[in-house]
Each structure stands twice: as C-alpha cells, then as structure tokens.
Ligand binder design. Sequence first.
Ligand SMILES: Cc1cc2nc3c(=O)[nH]c(=O)nc-3n(C[C@H](O)[C@H](O)[C@H](O)COP(=O)(O)OP(=O)(O)OC[C@H]3O[C@@H](n4cnc5c(N)ncnc54)[C@H](O)[C@@H]3O)c2cc1C
Length: 272
Amino acid sequence: MLATDDGARVIAGGQTLVPLMAMRLARPTRLVDIARIPGLSFIREQGAAVVVGAATRQHVVESDPLIRTKVPLLAKVMPYVGHSATRARGTVGGSIANGDAAAEIVLVAVTLEATLTWRENGADHEMSAADFFLGPMVTSLPLAACLKSVSFPVWQEPRVGTGFHEVNARQSDFAFVSAAAQLALDAEGLCTSATIGLGAATAVPMRLDAVADALTGCAFDEAKVREAATAALADVEMLADLHASAAYRRRVAVTMVVRAVADAYQSAARRA
Ligand SMILES: Cc1cc2nc3c(=O)[nH]c(=O)nc-3n(C[C@H](O)[C@H](O)[C@H](O)COP(=O)(O)OP(=O)(O)OC[C@H]3O[C@@H](n4cnc5c(N)ncnc54)[C@H](O)[C@@H]3O)c2cc1C
C-alpha cells in the first residue's frame, strides 16, 4: 500500500500523527497501522548492540532491564519523552521517523551512533543516525518505507557513565536545549572514550566530537569542558523561536553540556 499510494502513511503510536491530522497539517489518504505487528515490537541483544523494534512502545523501553544495563543513556532519557500517557502509546520508531530536533530518542540515536533499518519494496536498507536526520522533521526515510528497527551500540568498557540534562518550560514539554553524554573511565578515573550530543538547539541533533576529544585522557575539569563546548558552538547556527532565542540556546547549551558531562563522570566513577 505504501509503495502504490504516495499519500499513504504509517501510523504507529499516533501521538504525533493524530494531532497533525486533527489540525489538518497532515492529510494521509490511507493509514497503515503497524502497532500490533509482533515482529516490529522487541528488544534484544545482537552482537555488540541492543536492537529495538520500531513499533516498541516507549513505556516498554523505559522499564526494560536490558536497556537499563546495556544502553543506560536511552533508559535515562525515556522519562523526559512526553508524559507517561504519551509513552504508553508512542513508539521508538515513531519518534525516529518523525525526526523532531528536540526528541530525546533522536538525540540518543545521534549521540550513540545508532543504526536504523527500514524496509522498502521488499528490501532492507541500513543507515547511520548521523546521516539519517536531515533537518527539522526531515529524514532520509523514503515515503514508501517502514522503519523496522534501531540498533544501539553497547559499550563494552566496565566503567561507563551517562548524563542527560534539558531545559523546557514545563516538565515533559519539548526541550529548548538538551545535552547527552556517555563516557568510559579507566581505573585511575581518566576518560578513555566519550560521546556528547546536543539536541533541540540546532536543526538536527549534533555530536560534539571536539568536546569528546578534549575529555579523552583527562579527569573531569569543569572549566575545560566549558571552554571546549563554548568553542565548539561558537560558529554553529542555533534555532530561534518564540520560546528561546539563538543567543539563549547557545548560552544554555554550554551549561547543559557541562552538567551532562559532570553527571557522566560521576556515574562512571561510582562503578567499580
Ligand atoms: C503532549 C505530547 C507531548 C510530547 N512530548 C514529547 C517530548 O517531550 N519529547 C519527544 O521526543 N516527543 C514528545 N512527544 C511526541 C511523542 O514522543 C510521539 O510518540 C513520537 O514523536 C511519535 O511516535 P508515535 O509512535 O506516536 O508515531 P506516530 O504519531 O504514529 O507517527 C509519527 C510519524 O512517524 C511516521 N512513522 C511512525 N512509525 C513509523 C515507521 N515504523 N516507519 C515509517 N514511518 C513511521 C508516521 O507516518 C508519522 O509521520 C509528545 C507528544 C505529545 C502528544
């Protein structure tokens, strides 16, 4: 149906698509409901990754023990994805396919370099999250495709820590700025690897690799992280809207990154 009708759309949790239809901002000719396809709803370990089926409900991910132990950054952001009522129906794949720059699941996919798999005309295709998100609610997903799964890499180091912070008007509203960090420490407390992501501030969530590089080989140093984040964001074009100006987002982004990195160091240090 998707291949033969340009106006047909997949519906998963309906938490974004139904409001868009109610406001007449989306007018699909047909809806293809994937919510009850068992093969699209799963969480399983596969090699050095945890793979989440596209139609897996967000509330299932939120309380899943495998996600908690193997992809702790995803577990950490889930309570911030809307409200418990929206998470009861909303899906991981729906959030990814929707590609909102402020979506926490999208931020984690970019930060951890997740791999996305979709099916189109009977063939599977794969793409890194780094290439998938093109602009606000614009992705590389072809119109006739159905996203199947998201594969989150699992870090094998024994001392891995995560941090996440966001600023919004009210709890569970979409963020104005969000930052996520995951890093690994050696026995001396020095960072051996790090990844840092910034969400809601730019057209698509971005990884701050220069900040991650500045951490490598070092213990936590707030001034150093602040300096690296300020430099990394100096020339980046920030979003601006009624809620938050570009200048506000740039300033708050640095603070969110510092706090996320501080939490990641602390949580890694607590691991034996
Ligand atoms: C009040 C409220 C607050 C919210 N707050 C937040 C928030 O703070 N953070 C946040 O990240 N989100 C938030 N959301 C959005 C919520 O997380 C949605 O669940 C999510 O964005 C979309 O998931 P869904 O499964 O409901 O997708 P749907 O609404 O069913 O679909 C969304 C879009 O994705 C497409 N799609 C869905 N699944 C697939 C698939 N497998 N393959 C191809 N295309 C697909 C649909 O065609 C549609 O275009 C909020 C929603 C509401 C109503």
